[in-house]
Structures are given as structure tokens and as C-alpha cells.
Design a protein around this ligand. Structure first.
Ligand SMILES: [Zn+2]
Length: 127
């Protein structure tokens, strides 16, 4: 197996994001679509309307867990873009590729993740 590149994970994350949004749409019987999400915001006369992102608005309508998953995916994509992806946010060690494959949105190496979970009771969604 060749060494995975950030681009590999970007593709995996884009796919996860797409699947998650698709799954949410189906769960809600397609009731929350881009048009409806846009309607909710229709009264907001904002200068950055041109930056409107239907998927982001849709994310606001989701429950917390789904939103957290989408945010984790977006955050991971941002880290790929700025070159910090694959490094532990706490100790800056390289996160093993196997761990990234299993959980591409992970922020920390296993050691730091376990420490953080013990400290805060926080759990990271297992994908
Ligand atoms: Zn670490």
C-alpha cells in the first residue's frame, strides 16, 4: 500500500460529507432542501448573500450530532488546505495513516485523544 496523501483523505472526507448530507435529506423525506433552507434566511438582507452556501444553511437546521459531524469534516478539509492535517493538535506528532483512515476527522493522536476524553468526557464520533 502506498503512503496516503492529504488528497486521498480530502476525497474520503468529501465523500463522507456528501453521504452525510444525502442521508440527512433522506431521513427528513427531502423536506429540507436548499430552497427551503434559503427561505428561512430570506428576510436577512446581508451584504455577503453572494457567499450563500446552501449546504451550510442546511447544516444549521440539523441536529447537534449531525452538525458536529459536518463541522468535523469541514475542519479536517481546512486542515488539509493549510497543511496541518495528519498532525496531532496537542503534541504535533504525526497521526498514523491507519488512524486517519479509520477516523479521517480525528484531531489528535490516540494518546492525546484518550487523555482528552478522560479529561473532559468528550467523545469523538467514530465513523
Ligand atoms: Zn498527540
Amino acid at each position: 500500500m502506498s503512503a496516503p496523501t492529504p488528497e486521498t483523505f480530502a476525497q474520503q472526507l468529501q465523500q463522507l460529507r456528501h453521504d452525510l448530507i444525502e442521508q440527512i435529506r433522506q431521513q427528513r423525506g427531502g423536506k429540507i432542501g436548499r430552497a427551503e433552507a434559503a427561505e428561512d434566511r430570506h428576510d436577512i438582507q446581508s451584504g455577503d448573500w453572494a457567499q450563500f452556501d446552501g449546504e451550510r444553511d442546511l447544516a444549521m437546521a440539523l441536529d447537534q450530532r449531525e452538525t458536529a459531524e459536518l463541522q468535523a469534516i469541514d475542519a479536517a478539509l481546512k486542515r488539509i488546505a493549510n497543511g496541518s492535517y495528519g498532525y496531532c493538535g496537542d503534541c504535533e506528532a504525526e497521526i498514523p495513516a491507519a488512524r486517519l483512515h479509520a477516523s479521517p476527522t480525528t484531531l489528535r493522536c490516540l494518546t492525546c485523544q484518550e487523555r482528552a476524553e478522560r479529561a473532559s468526557g468528550e467523545t469523538h464520533p467514530t465513523l
